[in-house]
Design a protein around this ligand. Sequence first.
Ligand code: SF4
Length: 279
Amino acid sequence: MTIGSVENHRGREGGAMVYPVYSRRSKGLSVGINLFPDRKICTFDCPYCEVFPFQTDISFSVDTMAETLRDVLAEAHSRSEVVRDICFSGNGEPTVSPHFPEALEAAARIRSELVPQAALVLITNATGLLKDETFEFLRRAAVGPEALKIWLKLDAGTEDWYAQMDRSAVPYDRLIAAIKALSRTAPFTLQTMICAINGAPPPPVEAAAWERLALELAAAGHIASFQIYGKARPSPGDPAASSLPAPILEERAASLRTALSAAGLRSPDGKPIPVEVFL
Ligand code: SF4
């Protein structure tokens, strides 16, 4: 693999286990780790999901992933590229993979050796938190100076919008309970996709419920930041999900900033909690 192909992440649908991309949320070069080179495996079925149907006969291997990661990082270094993060994301929900813990440990070792300035990030839909073993693994991984940064998806403040946005068999109330439990014990960034479903934006009752939930989670003192993002790329489910005008996302972010400030809520480092918008 070369970093010449970093304009998009289509390579991961060709079976790539390591795929460098320029990421708007990472604000630079992000090296993705894909635990599902053979097919998409996820506990959600988001209509905005960017993973197009594919199948390969490539099996995930920690050794192959580690070797490729070293190669990609060496190439980035040779081009004087700054690697912002190594990010577990890919064709599905990383915590579903039985290889996830071992792959994370291998990536953490390589990160420390070759790119100690880079963050180690997990993008998760949070459903893994319902398993005690995964919850405990993530809780431990998320603390300490070399900590894993968890970017956790929370698309909805109501069960109805959750059903439309994430189309999951995982019960909403159990998922929210697990996210609240993590918010009391480990730092994470909360990510929310805001888009229209079948042409309709989230209704006001949903927006209000999401903000109440965001405040409740922030009140536990561990939210590092909020990321609100819009639909920016094609998805196989198009046109079920569609992007919304920027002012709608900016308005949600501004409202949350005001509410966080009024409540005096801070991030774990004692600063105002950033609320960023990615269009
Ligand atoms: S959680 Fe991520 S990978 Fe899974 S369906 Fe949603 S967008 Fe796709």
